[in-house]
Write a protein that binds this ligand. Structure first.
Ligand SMILES: NC(=O)c1ccc[n+]([C@@H]2O[C@H](COP(=O)([O-])OP(=O)(O)OC[C@H]3O[C@@H](n4cnc5c(N)ncnc54)[C@H](OP(=O)(O)O)[C@@H]3O)[C@@H](O)[C@H]2O)c1
Length: 221
């Protein structure tokens, strides 16, 4: 499957924002795509709260036996916008940021490993340029640290899963007009999703472990 287009895909956090645009774009291509949402809505959707191991297990069980060509770990939170270094960043905010952006990504990938191995599938982790340790422009310390950890997780899983034929890469989706990105962001979710899908198509075992932008540029780690 590596280097090819997916036939069967799963996108986490697909009910709004970039995840919704990825879901729609994959469906538009004729991919059998399953969206997850904390409140699962209709047929073809699965309930998933990535911070809740019971929910992750239930989601995996509801998926059943089919192989999975493409898993997009998109669900994420940015809990610490505007926090003050002197008085902000409470421990529970760290906990929530890491539970969603790091542990949630890991638990989802772990749950779907048998289905990914069966397909020789691909894993796309939506991180952020804000997770780059080379750029490190300060502020939003929880979001930055959790997205840096997501990059590191993707890099190491790429190594661990290569012999299973599963490719893993990490992406910066651009600055995107969503609830998280805000109204002044540069890109529509549709622009970002179209670029990301091209990157997912190009991912294979030769490029596994890459950190790239939505428009195909290698991103500094
Ligand atoms: N927008 C940007 O400019 C930008 C830039 C760089 C990176 N990113 C990354 O791109 C991804 C998508 O961002 P976005 O802008 O589309 O954000 P968004 O509009 O805030 O949407 C976030 C999505 O993640 C889901 N989610 C949050 N916590 C979850 C949990 N515990 N379990 C399952 N789903 C959960 C949300 O579900 P609910 O509706 O239930 O809350 C929602 O579907 C995120 O990983 C984000 O960090 C975004």
């Amino acid at each position: 499957m590596s280097g090819d287009r997916a036939r069967r895909a799963l996108v986490t956090g697909a009910n709004r924002g970039i995840g919704a645009a990825l879901h729609a774009a994959l469906r538009g291509r004729g991919v059998e795509v399953t969206g997850t949402a904390r409140q699962a809505r209709e047929e073809g959707w699965l309930a998933l709260d990535v911070t809740d191991p019971t929910s992750v297990t239930a989601c995996r069980e509801a998926w059943g036996e089919p192989p999975l060509d493409l898993l997009v770990c998109n669900a994420g939170i940015y809990p610490d916008k505007g926090q003050s270094l002197a008085e902000g960043y409470p421990p529970e905010m760290w906990e929530a940021g890491f539970a969603t952006n790091v542990t949630g990504v890991f638990l989802t990938i772990q749950a779907f490993l048998p289905a990914l191995r069966q397909a020789g599938g691909k894993v796309a982790i939506i991180s952020s340029q804000m997770g780059s340790s080379e750029i490190a422009s300060g502020g939003s310390l929880i979001y930055r640290a959790s997205k840096a950890a997501a990059i590191n997780l993707g890099r190491n899983l790429a190594r661990d899963l290569k012999s299973d034929g599963v490719a893993v890469a990490i992406y910066h989706p651009g600055w995107v007009r969503t609830d998280m990105g805000g109204a002044s962001a540069a890109l529509t979710p549709e622009n970002s999703a179209a670029g990301l899908l091209e990157r997912f198509d190009a991912l294979d075992l030769a490029t596994t472990g890459a950190f790239e932008t939505w428009d195909g540029r290698p991103h500094p780690f």
